[in-house]
Design a binder for this molecule. Structure first.
Ligand code: F6R
Length: 606
């Protein structure tokens, strides 16, 4: 959420900053700006709107080899030119870009105003520039440290100062920052996406780290001014993984990548001999697994819905009571943390503030947390006691797809391993392994029906309001289906447990309100068919996302058949059909699929 870039070296900074911002635009796209330090001081250009509008506004001759840039997702103050970052003091001596939230910004704004400082924006960030500019400290490092002492909140911060040319000062507390090490040049970014074209050598800063960055290298230190020594590590992602590869949208590319992503998460983790999974990174031995009395899954948004799917898998396969909770709620209710509960954090980005804070709450109270995380080395991954990486590859579209499928597969692996230490038989273990091995091919089969799904999506796109309904295993599928649909099509889509429809929402069903019903071929098919009859009797149009094996009787639903796998694993596949429905509805409506309005990837604020 919000993107930061910085460059110091021997090349003109502006084009590098603009290119970096383009790569980071998925993290926030309501305004963008750059500040470049040249021989005549700092020049700033910032614009409301997309990076391409900023690029058009940057003069051709925009010299300077040190600069910082930002693409914003508004928290304090609307998306205007003035509120866009970078922010400077009155004399434009100091310029800052910032991710995170300054909690005491309004107090600091009042104090500065009382002292005669004219604030030019409504943001929390601007105060940082003024505080640094007012410092009388002899070094930039001390001036920034002094300013940070007045600040409460979270930050990923990059600062340039005219009195200290050729230098960027960065600080991290609760919002990611990475340094990229080049040849006589250095880069700063909030996300590796902005760095992969320039270098594979990166330094992940930790909370509490600051760094002085010059063309010659970097020096890290702590808030109490102790020098620290951090060595660069190699990033494994290649630049082309951040390209759309000829697809119209990253979301489409990422949906299509799912069979390969599924192969990756399963590779080397299935053990036919013992009918189990091998997840060495869990850091749990058999005795510890046997002592787990409950599993609690924590995630946000779609990760929470997949967490619900994971809970039902764990309960069904491992016979351990399991539930999921939205991590945005968890910490606020002073949760009881039990030593025999296994907490599981699930996150694509590994940065989501609500999930990170929930993990910290569990750990503070002595609980054990494992993570199902996509981004290697991310804040949540580092906070967990163990876990498994999802290996979905970089996800650029704001609406998550391949990472969610791999989360569901991660839960299946976890359930299998927990189950086989407990009461799951070896034959059931082998049955599930065989099912998991079929998943990549099943995914291919669903993706091959894209054209038919696009036609169905077209019929749903014009509805003002839709229901997505599912029962038991199908309910998380319905929730995720509704989430994806509303997020990118801007249609109101509501998920309900199928059996709950008749307890109220049925009043809304009419010929203008379609229902997408999740109807796997299982022991509940008849119940689901009965509910579809009730909808049909109220003239509600129906789409059934189902299996060819399911007998829907006389219900006149439009059928979307997905391949049948093992009953425990079917939900994973049903969700993928719903991704394509949402995608094609949004395309038909002409929306900016990868950058839905008001949203951004990686929600690093509470
Ligand atoms: C929806 C979506 C969001 C994320 C949520 C958690 O398509 O992407 O709901 O699932 O913000 O993000 P992560 O998984 O990064 O913690």
């Amino acid at each position: 959420m919000c993107g930061i870039v910085g460059y110091v070296g021997n090349q003109p900074a502006a084009p590098i900053l603009i290119e970096g911002l383009t790569r980071l635009e998925y993290r926030g796209y309501d305004s963008a700006g750059i500040a470049v330090m040249g021989p005549n001081g700092i020049r700033i250009v910032k614009r409301a709107g997309r990076v391409r509008e900023l690029e058009a506004a940057v003069p051709k001759r925009f010299g300077g080899k040190t600069g910082i840039g930002h693409t914003r997702w508004a928290t304090h103050g609307g998306p205007t030119d003035d509120n866009a970052h970078p922010h400077a003091d009155a004399a434009s001596k100091v310029c800052v870009v910032h991710n995170g939230i300054i909690d005491n910004a309004s107090t600091l704004r009042d104090l500065l105003s009382t002292d005669g400082v004219q604030l030019r924006s409504e943001t929390d960030t601007e105060v940082i520039a003024h505080l640094i500019a007012r410092s009388t400290a002899a070094t930039l490092e001390d001036a920034v440290l002094e300013a940070l002492q007045s600040i409460e909140g979270t930050y990923g911060l990059a600062v340039i100062h005219v009195d200290f040319p050729g230098r960027i000062l960065v600080a991290r507390h609760g919002s990611p920052l990475i340094l990229g090490v080049g040849d006589k040049e250095m880069f700063v970014a909030s996300d590796v996406a902005a760095l992969v074209r320039h270098t594979s050598q990166v330094v992940h800063l930790d909370d509490g780290d600051l760094a002085t960055v010059t063309a010659a290298g970097f020096q890290t230190f702590t808030t109490d001014r102790r020098t620290t020594h951090k060595s660069p590590t190699s990033i494994e992602v290649s630049a082309h993984e951040y390209d759309a590869d000829g697809y119209a949208h990253f979301m489409h590319k990422e949906i299509m990548e799912q069979p390969a992503a599924a192969e990756r998460i399963l590779r080397g983790r299935l053990d036919d001999r013992f009918g189990t999974a091998h997840l060495g990174g869990l850091n749990l031995d058999a005795r510890e697994i046997r002592s787990v009395k409950r599993v609690k899954i924590l995630g946000c948004g779609s990760a929470y819905y997949v967490g619900q799917l994971g809970a039902s898998l764990i309960e069904e396969v491992a016979r351990i009571p399991a539930e999921a909770e939205a991590s945005s709620e968890f910490r606020y209710r002073n949760p009881v943390i039990e030593s025999d509960t296994l907490y599981v954090a699930v996150s694509q980005s590994g940065e989501t503030a609500d999930t990170l804070l929930a993990v910290q709450e569990v750990k503070r109270k002595g609980g054990r947390v494992i993570g199902l995380i996509n981004v290697v080395g991310s804040a949540i991954a580092r906070e967990c006691d163990g876990g498994l990486y999802l290996h979905a590859g970089p996800e650029v579209a704001v609406a998550s797809t391949k990472a969610l499928t791999n989360m569901a597969l991660g839960f299946a692996l976890l359930a299998l391993q927990l189950g086989r230490v407990r009461d799951l038989s070896v034959s059931d273990g082998r049955r599930l392994i065989a099912g998991l091995r079929r998943i990549p091919a099943d995914l291919e089969q669903i993706l091959a029906t894209e054209e038919e799904l696009a036609v169905v999506a077209g019929s749903l796109a014009d509805a003002e309001s839709l229901f997505f309904v599912g029962r038991v295993r199908g309910f998380p599928v319905a929730r995720e289906g509704a989430q994806k649909f509303k997020e990118i099509s801007y249609r109101h889509a509501e998920a309900y447990q199928t059996g709950e429809l008749k307890h109220g929402p049925l009043a809304l069903i009419s010929e203008r309100v379609p229902t997408v019903a999740i109807v796997p071929s299982d022991e509940l098919t008849d119940r689901n068919v009965a509910a579809m009859h009730e909808i049909e009797a109220r003239k509600g149009p129906l789409v059934a996302v189902t299996h060819a094996e399911a007998d829907l009787g006389s219900v006149a639903a439009v059928r979307v058949d997905v391949p049948k796998n093992e009953p425990e694993l079917d939900s994973i596949l049903l969700i993928v059909a719903l991704q394509l429905l949402a995608y094609h509805a949004a395309v038909k409506l002409g929306h900016d699929v990868d950058k839905p309005r008001n949203l951004a990837k990686s929600v690093t604020v509470e």
